[in-house]
Design a protein around this ligand. Structure first.
Ligand code: G6P
Length: 369
């Protein structure tokens, strides 16, 4: 097992650090920047199903559901296709309206999640075209879907999902870009800009990982917290949800993710000097609005940990700590802002002496409903 961990103390840490290479593996052979082409057989062979789709319904559970939420923003933004993101366990039991003009995308790391599988079967019965985004090759979900794209993240052992999440977002971004191009909803220049920016993401994640020691200090400062709030807007709202889930899963600290502006409708009542609030405040994406949300937290003595773009000064002046990530285009910020949140929960859990790779009551793949 020590050999499998490749010198890392836990699988989770190893998998966090594998993200640059995992994402490179995800887009290898698909993202052809010089040619200005995205090649994905599962989409190419079924292009009309996608371009004619009245809407896309994404079904998933857990972290994969969060990747689906990020995809909702990307698909609607770039390809102008309406998207609904559903918990597979809710979708399957609520007699959903599905037609043969719908495309259902099922996202699953393991490809074995029982609720996601049941949702797929239901969608197929109703005539929808079902596309899978799985990591495990040959898994049940990858066999049950009409077509699909693998994430190629390599085996993920840690129960808390890390590289599966960022590679799912990568695949979904490639699909959205491909559809945007096919539908003519993106300009040539914008398309090329997205391709070349996506290609630089692994390198930028390497840079984000350099904050590890600083993140350890932040973890040490807040490891005794009983509650923690995560806020983000737009593309980074799902990242806030995922950050909170990571902390809950492995450190057992109660954490909630919220859209930053929604804070005033409830969570703001919880803010006092004992409440750390992690705010994703990158320069691209509602920056000024998020800064004013930070001011609201500060005036209530909340402790602020800002996830900011390199060189940021405004949030630094307000926050107790800032953690920097490199700059990128808005749609790709989740691939970078997720990294410090993974490391923060990892270090807190280690400091609290928790079983990081196998947290209590949780399973890597949930094959029962
Ligand atoms: C479990 C795992 C999570 C995962 C979820 C969905 O709860 O602990 O990490 O996100 O199942 O799993 P899937 O394999 O379908 O992505």
């Amino acid at each position: 097992e020590q050999i499998e961990k490749g010198g890392f103390e836990h699988f989770m840490l190893k998998e966090i650090y594998e993200q640059p290479s995992a994402i490179t593996d995800t887009y290898r052979g698909r993202l052809l920047v010089d040619e200005g082409v995205i090649r994905m057989a599962g989409i190419d062979d079924n292009l009309e199903r996608f371009t004619n789709a009245k809407r896309i319904i994404i079904v998933a559970c857990g972290t994969s559901w969060h990747a689906g939420l990020v995809a909702e923003y990307i698909f609607e933004d770039l390809a102008r296709i309406p998207v609904e993101v559903e918990y597979a366990s809710e979708f399957r039991y609520r007699n959903p309206v599905i037609t043969s003009e719908d495309v259902v995308i099922a996202i699953s790391q393991s490809g074995e999640t029982a609720d996601t599988m049941a949702a797929i079967k239901l969608a197929k019965e109703k005539g929808a075209f079902v596309f899978g985004v799985c990591n495990v090759v040959g898994s049940s979900i990858s066999r049950e879907t009409h077509a699909g794209a693998y994430t190629h993240a390599g085996p993920e052992i840690g129960v808390a999902s890390t590289k599966a999440f960022t590679t799912q977002i990568t695949v979904l971004t490639l699909i959205a870009l491909k559809l945007a191009k096919a539908k003519g909803t993106i300009s040539k220049t914008d398309f090329h800009m997205h391709l070349s920016e996506l290609e630089t993401i692994p390198q930028k994640i390497e840079v984000a990982l350099l904050s590890n020691d600083h993140i350890k200090e932040v973890a040490d400062k807040y490891k005794e917290a009983r509650n923690c709030l995560y806020l983000g807007r737009g593309y980074n709202f799902p990242v806030a949800l995922e950050g909170a889930l990571k902390l809950k899963e492995i450190s057992y600290i109660h954490a909630e993710g919220y859209p930053a502006a929604e804070m005033k409708h409830g969570p703001i009542a919880l803010i006092d000097e004992d409440m750390p609030v992690v705010v994703i405040a990158t320069r691209k994406g509602h920056y000024e609005k998020v800064v004013s949300n930070i001011q609201e937290i500060k005036s209530r003595q909340g402790k602020i940990i800002g996830i900011v773009t390199e060189g940021d000064t405004s949030v630094r002046d307000l926050a107790d700590y800032v953690i920097e990530v490199p700059d990128t285009i808005e749609s790709l910020t989740p691939l970078l802002t997720t990294i410090p949140l993974q490391l923060l929960s990892y270090h807190i859990a280690v400091m609290l002496g928790k079983n990081v790779d196998q947290p209590r009551n949780l399973a890597k793949s949930v094959t029962v409903e």
